[in-house]
Design a protein around this ligand. Structure first.
Ligand SMILES: Cc1cc2nc3c(=O)[nH]c(=O)nc-3n(C[C@H](O)[C@H](O)[C@H](O)COP(=O)(O)OP(=O)(O)OC[C@H]3O[C@@H](n4cnc5c(N)ncnc54)[C@H](O)[C@@H]3O)c2cc1C
Length: 293
């Protein structure tokens, strides 16, 4: 019968490649200085979704909320096997904290009405791991966090193994379910060459407006792309019936008190031989600079 699966994926700055320009003088993130990547655990969520679709049929829709450029990760998803991409983009969503973000995403997920919604466990920039659970609450969907293995999916019942840190838990739940997926769940599949050839042409309307010559009939172009399955759906807050009070600044109770820019400087480098004498010198040094003792 197939399952309608939605994967929430976030475009994030590559926090592994932080340089001195990563923060602006006012303490906000200088996104221009950091390459934007697919949030790593969202790729594991996508892989889980694709495995379910491949085994049971259905469709995989990848949903992202972000600026127009976030379409890059929607195309990336299509190169790997996703059937459809949806971008929620709206200036009125700016300054959303996790509560507002999860509200906006849950409105979009509600519109997609999935049997299974998958998130990454955590985003590498905000790092809160709150968005998935907050969405499940708002959508009244059963929540399964820390999915590490999909054990069984039959009819409308899913059994998964959760990694709870110092052990595992096997849980069974009735669909619809929202699960957050861990990086240890699988190895995300690479791009498929044939899919790159097809989906490299996938575009949202906003991208078309930027790329096509002035005066081009965007609606007609969008229809042509849609007929080929290459239109990236683009939704505003109005399209998902969002209450503006719950979005952006007004929907965000988090108040940032202070942001500190910490620049880690490399210290003096000492090397010790892997000998008894070397170990003695290392311990002596650690005691003398009060690291231990
Ligand atoms: C006061 C305040 C203001 C902020 N203003 C802005 C701002 O103006 N612009 C901005 O970009 N950020 C802003 N943020 C950051 C923003 O709130 C978080 O990035 C967002 O709520 C996601 O939280 P997280 O990164 O901790 O995600 P987590 O909760 O760690 O993410 C878990 C999972 O949820 C899903 N998910 C999370 N975010 C998205 C998304 N956007 N699209 C699809 N799936 C998603 C993914 O599957 C992800 O793996 C602000 C935060 C605060 C506290």
């Amino acid at each position: 019968m197939g399952y309608n699966i939605v994967v929430c994926a976030k475009q994030v700055p590559d926090t592994k490649r932080i340089t001195g320009e990563a923060m602006k003088e006012d303490g906000t993130v200088n996104r221009a200085a950091l390459p934007a990547i697919y949030n790593p655990e969202d790729l594991n969520a996508l892989e889980t979704a694709l495995q379910i679709r491949d085994a049971h049929g259905g469709t995989v829709t990848v949903l992202t909320m972000g600026p127009p450029n976030a379409c890059v990760i929607l195309r990336d998803s299509m190169f790997r096997g996703a059937d459809r991409g949806v971008l929620v983009t709206d200036r009125r969503a700016a300054a959303s904290d996790t509560l507002a973000t999860s509200y906006i995403l849950s409105q979009a997920v509600r519109k997609l009405n999935p049997d299974i919604a998958l998130c990454g466990r955590q985003a590498i920039d905000g790092d809160t791991a709150q968005v998935g659970p907050q969405m499940a609450e708002k959508l009244d969907m059963t929540l399964v966090t820390y999915l590490e293995e999909l054990i069984d999916l039959k009819d409308r019942e899913i059994t998964v193994r959760r990694n709870v840190g110092n052990g595992w838990e096997e849980v069974t739940a009735q669909l619809p379910v929202l699960a957050t997926v861990m990086e240890t769940a699988n190895h995300p599949r690479p791009h498929a060459a044939k899919r790159i050839m097809k989906y490299k042409k996938a575009r949202s309307k906003l991208e078309m407006e930027k790329e096509l010559p002035e005066g081009a009939d965007i609606d007609a172009e969008a229809e042509t792309l849609a007929a080929k399955g290459l239109l990236i759906d683009q939704w505003t807050l109005d399209d998902i019936d969002a209450d503006l009070e719950w979005c952006g600044m007004s929907g965000s109770p988090t108040k940032v008190n202070r942001i500190q820019s910490i620049v880690l400087a490399g210290g003096e480098y000492h090397e010790f031989d892997p000998t008894e004498d070397g170990c003695e010198k290392l311990v002596h040094e650690l005691i003398s600079d009060h690291t231990i003792g």
